[in-house]
Design a protein around this ligand. Structure first.
Ligand code: DHB
Length: 490
């Protein structure tokens, strides 16, 4: 420990003699390099040490993003416990701020911009968690030569490298690196799930080595994932299975003008005949995919779909929506205006699935993820260092309306947690909390449902539900989230 305490405040060590043209960063955590911060949670002042902008690999590609902020309750420096946690046992809450598969700088504890309430990191600190927030490269990250540096699998490689840094420094840092709990929403929820699914997989090794990530395990204890935009190579067929026949759409288009002001515009429209044809073709491909997964519900009933898209899997999705409606009803929500829900003696006994989907409404046009004109966020995720965007499905390539190429199969695999859950040579997290709002139409409800079933079928502990009338978002139920994390750690 003494060696680290006397280290220079900057996180840069002398370059090795054989690579004296490159600056190398130290992987050793510097306990002295912090500021003392205070914040108020529920009227109580908390004090914590903020270690910010720590480069977590030896050879970063982009030090704007490959950095981590670490926050530690002050109590842990004088031997005090917070609840049942102390400096040795405190779990490490590991939220990412990734959205839209864009690059993300690490977040920090504070007030949520929209709600004005303490954000997840601040609540975690107040409950005695150590908080480690990692940044990650994203689909638009470029170097000085204009090459893209954040295309798949960069973001997941960065998060893994950050996990390895935490393990590498476990002995000198407060918190228990065997109790890392990842959290994220949307693209960040997808990366949280991917991090949990792919622990220690060799597939990412060459990328981690190149970055100079610590030579440590990168499996994590638990995953919290909200509104995950995941299973990207099947997300189009899952979306059309759910929304086929809904031809009107309403989407939020976010763009930035020349002064980089973000513009949000609600665009309404109706699918063209060509788009309806694409929807029909894509939805027809979904049953084979579901059936190929050979999943069952918790009673062992196979989850399948016939060629019309009906079957036990659809009933299974519906059961989560019904459970959600029941919970809303039990907590006093008036559902009587929703004529498609059947309620008898305070019990939700049925739900007209088609009418429910009409109520949710379509947001995206087919194909929703692998855009046929390569203009979707996900097309850009699968670009290369020199190509802005690519397809990542055979259907997308074959039906492309522009000159295009297909991403490498290995990269498509590396971005999809479903290929890794329970796979040989992979340490998948034991505990999962997955949430998808019942009116979230950014991806199909089938996506988190398949993820949850795949996990459960492989023996992992899954808490999956669909919060009632919740749209695309996350971190809206922090009390319940931290009850769950406290429970699984205990
Ligand atoms: C996000 C939302 C999307 O609809 C999508 O396709 C990808 C990412 C997001 O909010 O992160």
């Amino acid at each position: 420990v003494c060696g680290f305490l006397s280290a220079p405040l900057m996180n840069v060590s002398a370059a090795n003699s054989d690579t004296n043209t490159t600056t190398k960063y130290s992987l050793k955590f510097n306990s002295n390099n912090y500021t003392e911060e205070t914040a108020t949670v529920d009227g109580k002042t908390i004090t914590y040490r903020a270690y910010e902008k720590i480069v977590y690999v030896k050879n970063p590609v982009d030090t704007k993003y490959e950095i981590m902020n670490i926050y530690v309750p002050e109590e842990y420096y004088d031997g005090t416990s917070i609840g049942s946690y102390n400096a040795d046992t405190a779990p490490i809450f590991f939220p990412n701020t990734v959205g839209g598969y864009m690059p993300a700088e690490p977040g920090s504890p504070g007030l949520d911009e929209r709600s004005g309430e303490p954000n997840a990191a601040l609540v975690a600190l107040s409950k005695g968690y150590v908080v480690a927030e990692s940044g990650a490269r994203g689909r638009t990250t470029q170097n000085e030569s204009g090459e893209y540096t954040g295309k798949a699998p960069a973001a997941i490689v960065d998060l893994k490298a950050a996990v390895r840094y935490l393990r590498y420094n476990d002995k000198i840092m407060p918190g228990d690196a065997e109790k890392i709990i990842s959290n994220g929403t949307s693209a960040g929820g997808a990366l949280s799930a991917l991090l949990g699914a792919t622990g220690n997989s060799k597939d990412y090794d060459s990328y981690l080595k190149k970055l100079g990530a610590a030579n440590e395990r990168d499996d994590i204890f638990a995953v919290s994932s909200y509104a995950a935009i995941t299973d990207l190579d099947h997300a189009d067929i899952a979306y059309e299975w759910l929304f086929n026949g809904i031809n009107d759409y309403k989407k939020l288009v976010i763009s930035s003008d020349t002064d980089y002001h973000i513009q949000r515009e609600m665009v309404e429209g109706t699918l063209t005949d060509d788009q309806i044809q694409v929807s029909n073709e894509l939805s027809a491909l979904f049953p084979n995919y579901v059936n190929s997964l050979k999943l069952t519900d918790s009673n062992g009933t196979p989850l399948t779909l016939n060629k019309n898209g009906n079957g036990t899997f659809k009933e299974y999705v519906k059961s989560f929506v019904m459970n959600s409606a029941q919970k809303a009803l039990d907590s006093g929500t008036d559902l009587s205006s929703l004529t498609w829900i059947t309620i008898k003696d305070g019990k939700v006994t049925n739900l007209d699935f088609d009418q429910y989907i009409q109520y949710v409404g379509r947001m995206k046009t087919p194909s929703a993820f692998d855009g046929l004109d390569l203009t979707n966020a996900e097309n850009e995720l699968f670009g290369t260092s020199t190509t802005k965007a690519q397809h990542f499905t055979q259907y997308g390539l074959e039906n492309s309306t522009v000159s295009s190429t297909l991403a490498d199969a290995s990269l498509i695999k590396m971005m999809n947690p479903l290929y890794y859950i329970g796979a040989k040579g992979t340490t998948t997290s034991s505990y999962w909390r997955i949430r998808q709002g019942t009116v979230d139409n950014d991806t199909s409800l089938a996506v988190p449902t398949l993820l949850s079933a795949k996990l459960e079928n492989n023996g992992f502990n899954v808490d999956f539900s669909m919060p009632w009338d919740q749209s695309h978002g996350g971190d809206y139920d922090l009390d319940e989230l931290f009850e769950w994390t406290d429970d699984i750690v205990a």
